[in-house]
Design a protein around this ligand. Sequence first.
Ligand code: KG4
Ligand code: ZN
Length: 358
Amino acid sequence: MPTILALETSCDETAAAVVRDRTVLSNVVASQIDLHRRYGGVVPEMASRAHVENLGAVVEAALQEAGLGWSAIDGIAATCAPGLVGALMVGLTAGKTLAMLHHKPFLGIHHLEGHIYASYLSEPTLEPPFLCLLVSGGHTSLIHVKGCGDYVTLGKTRDDAAGEAFDKVARLMGLGYPGGPVIDRLAATGDPKAFPLPEGNISLPEGGFHPYDSSFSGLKTAVLRLVESLEAKGVDPLPLEDLAASFQAAVVRSLTKRALTCAIDHGLTTIAVGGGVAANRGLRQQLTEAAAAHGIRVLFPPMKYCTDNAAMIAAAAADHFQQGHQSSFDLGARSRMMLGDVMTLYSMQDAGDRATVR
Ligand code: KG4
Ligand code: ZN
């Protein structure tokens, strides 16, 4: 069973973790939320600089928490795509340098594959195939997980990600950043039927709607127009609870319908949810209830594995390592990369070289 040290710096969390197979030995995250909050979103240059400042201490803490020295580490991994290029480069360069210095194999990891592996951390017996509903600040995807490195993206957002919609709507309601937690809190006491809002269907050229793709930018604009019209009518204070509940209900309705249809159409009996929006209480309740009615189980990993972390990156790397996959030291950071292209990150390592690691 390989022991992997992984680094994650694709956005605004500086993270390092040590994982043995699917067991987390340490999971250290230095969040930059307070740094970016005053700007209402992530400022890329500031994120990169903060990663440079924090990464050394975060890596040291991860090794210390795991109680391991370099000799116990079989491989070093770092997120290499997709994400903010400057931010990715910090973790990737550090990971490659540590691998060279300590003579360890190096693995670049696709960030979304990491989010998929978060489900294995909380449910080590989970086996493919299953459907992953990935809902974060940067992504909204329905992924058919067929095996390690074998993914088919069946549905995605055509514009804003679900978490991005929460953040933008919170901003236009004057609620601060990040928006998801505060909208979730307000929605708990609001009326989800107070304001009818669009679900964001994607029309197909041949008629009808795409069954799995979603859109959230129209919903965000609808909330903006609604707030403007309430303000024009002199409504003060704004009915924040009802607005939050109505918006959240529209997002949850869209995600639940698409995830369930997709799972049923593909004969998948497990939906594993990942990404920061998996924290949403409305989504947790509605998706779990609706899926149970169809005999489908829904897995929500604990929040520490849903939001960006390096344990999920290490778990993905451990599986690739077991398969004999290794990345070149020439591997570069990429802001965009399709999940279906993840195997281009690796070459096969000679099985004889790894015979001692089990
Ligand atoms: O996965 P994550 O930590 O970072 C990305 O990779 O994007 O997700 C962050 C996103 C933010 O947009 C945040 O508003 C959203 O997750 N979020 C939530 C909740 N908690 C965090 N959205 C809805 N409800 C929540 N309770
Ligand atoms: Zn993420």
